[in-house]
Write a protein that binds this ligand. Structure first.
Ligand code: HEC
Length: 116
């Protein structure tokens, strides 16, 4: 019965394709899911020169007029989107820092964890 063999194998192919597309969707979601831990690592490298980044940085020497990340997070109505927007807009004396959208999302997520 060759027709039976044919339907069986094409169903197997379809099934395999569905598994692959689910796996790809999962990978894409994982990539855009903000990761505050990664954000913390980036912020501790790139932002500590001016901002007090976390609670542990108390006493660090930074310019007095730069808002701490805790203060930024605690602004009324502050959201990950508005923080991300503020990171993207160059704010002198902050140098233009090349960050990917994922990294900006990670940092914004991290800053929000400092909200008081
Ligand atoms: C060279 C100093 C400097 C560095 C480095 C720096 N910043 Fe800033 N940042 C500032 C200053 C000064 C302001 C306040 C100026 C302003 O509000 O326009 C500011 C403001 C901000 C704001 C907006 C605060 C608000 O009140 O809305 C965000 C968000 C921010 N910085 C994020 C970052 C992040 C994230 C990094 C690291 C990737 C970073 N900054 C690195 C100097 C710096």
């Amino acid at each position: 019965m060759p027709w039976l063999a044919h339907t069986t194998s094409s169903r197997a192919v379809l099934c395999g394709a569905a598994v692959i597309s689910v796996a790809l969707a999962g990978a894409a979601l994982a990539q855009i899911h903000p990761d505050a831990k990664t954000g913390k690592q980036i912020a501790e490298k790139l932002c500590v020169g001016c901002h007090i980044v976390g609670a542990s940085a108390a006493g660090a020497s930074v310019p007095a007029d730069v808002p701490s990340f805790e203060r930024i997070a605690s602004k009324p109505g502050q959201t990950a989107e508005s923080i991300a927007g503020a990171i993207v807009i160059p704010h002198p004396p902050m140098p233009q820092i090349n960050l990917t959208r994922e990294e900006i999302g990670d940092i914004a997520a991290y800053i929000l964890t400092l909200k008081k």
